[in-house]
Design a protein around this ligand. Structure first.
Ligand SMILES: Cc1cc2nc3c(=O)[nH]c(=O)nc-3n(C[C@H](O)[C@H](O)[C@H](O)COP(=O)(O)O)c2cc1C
Length: 141
């Protein structure tokens, strides 16, 4: 069964909550989730896993968080081509443009995210369900 890395950065806990819901979905699908703060992840851990869910909220001006998340993501992105990847994250005042930007840059690097899930602030209701489904998707991809 799939070993899924769920690698995230979260300033106020919303993306962290999403990460836990993704992990729930992985478990429900029979996979093994490992939830990892991005500061504990690096390219040399990629081969421990079969699939990857990366989580980062909208920060800056529709950007990825650049203190901890972006340096690690910049390092691993060139190595993700051909691997099973999904993205998730929380936002607030815009409409999710940062996720479009993220998926676009990934695509240019040869990384086609199977699916992306965004949640406005704390993931509730349908957004929480979508996170669980995302976990099932990546565990069975
Ligand atoms: C410095 C900063 C920049 C942000 N930039 C954006 C943005 O560009 N677009 C947006 O929709 N939300 C933006 N937000 C709102 C966060 O994405 C939102 O609060 C999110 O829920 C935080 O997730 P977290 O709890 O996982 O840190 C920003 C928040 C902060 C603190």
């Amino acid at each position: 069964m799939a070993n899924v890395a769920i690698v995230y950065w979260s300033g106020t806990g919303n993306t962290e909550a999403m990460a836990k819901l993704v992990a729930q979905g992985v478990t429900e699908a029979g996979g093994t989730p490992t939830v990892i703060q991005v500061s504990d992840f690096s390219a040399d851990r990629l081969d421990e896993f079969d699939a990857y869910a990366f989580g980062c909220p909208a920060m800056g001006d529709e950007e990825l968080e650049d203190g901890e998340f972006l340096p690690v993501y910049d390092e691993v992105e060139p190595l993700l081509a051909g691997r099973k990847v999904v993205f998730f994250g929380s936002y607030d005042w815009n409409d999710g443009e940062w996720m479009d930007n993220w998926a676009y840059r990934a695509s240019n690097a040869g990384v086609d995210a199977i699916e992306t899930v965004i949640a406005k602030d704390y993931p509730g209701g349908d957004e929480a369900d979508a996170c669980v489904e995302l976990g099932k998707t990546i565990a069975t991809a």
